[in-house]
Design a protein. Structure first.
Length: 383
């Protein structure tokens, strides 16, 4: 039995009327979580950036129902929102709590990541003697945030002296999407060295973690105690050729309906800048989706959508709220279904395809679908 629920985000009275919608298949999320479950490690579902555009709360719940035990977020605010929604699972904030947020973050029971002495001191002050488990992030080579491995022993000793418990130790890979890149192995070695030196000092964190989706799929030695999976739980592969990628189900489908149709003679030019010229008479369909919805304007030159089970080229510039499609001589009518991302009949436009057309990462394509597009949640009873 199919169950759908329209989640109102921005401008609730307006979005109800709109034919443009992102449908998120929660059964696909559960399937992906089960398909990716590592043999021995726990799974953290990374639901930052509103669950990579899919909706952090529904995705988080689906992932937890399918066996994930942790959620990961980038911001304290994201974690607090999940708590406000009633989610009680452990939530790791993947960056250090910003100054001033410590009280609220600890009050919400969020698990802190720490990697600077200032961050540690602020956290200890906010903890005020309560026993708080922290996860220390080690910079093994990505150089975004994290502690210099050479300072790990001293840092951990400081944390312990301040009454904090070293619950976790983690790192993040810079090149795991490039299969076989030796830098991943080097980062693993540096991480193992830190683990060994801490063990030598009698410190054994309960959770070691390093793997993102690509590493979890391609490098079993990176699994440790928890794998932190983002893109793959949404059914998208971070790189071509990853083992297990074929078993994933994309969870997001982006659709709309034809809002207007006109037959134009050859020679007519279309949209801002009149850059698209018809060689011959053609039927042009207008679709109410634009770059304000997160459909990149860069697709003006290269994009395709599906109507009637066929690929159709975008005719000219994608505008803020609408785009035009060249349907040639095919019969197309107002109200016809349009697929911007997802399957229609035998054809499919994937997030990966959209990303490669505009020279970006699949991550960005799904994160960019704006709040203006309502998310509809589709579920199926447990398979
Ligand atoms: C620290 C950290 N861990 C895990 C992930 C999940 O990565 P992926 O979506 O490639 O699985 C991310 C995402 O960027 C991250 O920043």
């Amino acid at each position: 039995m199919a169950r759908t629920e329209l989640v109102r985000t921005l401008l609730p009275p307006v979005t109800d009327f709109r034919p443009t919608v992102c449908t998120v298949d929660l059964a696909a999320i559960r399937h992906n979580v089960r398909a990716l479950a590592p043999p021995r490690a726990q799974m953290m579902a990374v639901v930052k950036a509103n669950g990579y555009g899919h909706g952090a709360e529904p995705v988080g719940r689906a992932a937890l129902a399918a066996g994930a035990t942790w959620l990961g977020v980038a911001l304290v605010e994201e974690g607090i929102r999940l708590r406000d929604a009633g989610i009680g699972a452990p939530i790791l904030v993947l960056t250090q709590f910003p100054p001033g947020s410590e009280g609220a973050a600890l009050g919400a029971g969020l698990t802190p990541t720490v990697y600077t002495s200032e961050g540690l001191a602020r956290l200890a002050a906010a903890a005020a003697g309560r026993s708080i488990g922290v996860h220390v992030k080690i910079d093994t080579g990505m150089h975004r945030v994290g502690l210099d491995p050479a300072r790990a022993l001293e840092f951990v000793a400081d944390a312990t002296r301040m009454g904090l418990e070293i619950e976790g130790l983690w790192t993040h890979f810079a090149t795991s999407e490039e299969l076989g890149d030796p830098f991943t192995g080097l980062q693993l070695e540096r991480f193992a060295d830190v683990v060994a030196s801490l063990r030598g000092a009698g410190v054994r964190p309960r959770y070691l973690h390093a793997a993102n989706s690509a590493a979890a799929m391609a490098v079993p030695a990176s699994h440790f105690d928890i794998v932190r999976l983002g893109l793959a739980i949404y059914g998208l592969s971070p790189a071509a050729g990853l083992p297990g990628a074929d078993a994933l189900w994309p969870a997001m489908r982006w659709t709309s309906k034809v809002a207007a149709v006109r037959r134009l003679p050859g020679g007519e030019r279309i949209s801002y800048g009149l850059r698209y010229r018809l060689d011959r008479a053609s039927t042009i369909a207008t679709v109410p989706v634009g770059y304000a919805d997160g459909y990149s304007r860069l697709l003006s030159e290269t994009g395709e959508v599906l109507i009637g089970g066929r690929r159709r080229r975008i005719a000219g510039t994608v505008t803020m709220d609408q785009l035009m499609v060249d349907c040639g001589d095919d019969p197309v009518a107002e109200g016809n279904d349009v697929v911007l991302m997802g399957r229609q009949g035998d054809e499919e436009i994937t997030a990966e395809e959209l990303a490669s057309r505009i020279g970006t990462a699949t991550y960005e394509v799904v994160c960019q679908v704006s709040e203006r597009v309502p998310r509809r949640y589709e579920d199926r009873d447990a398979e």
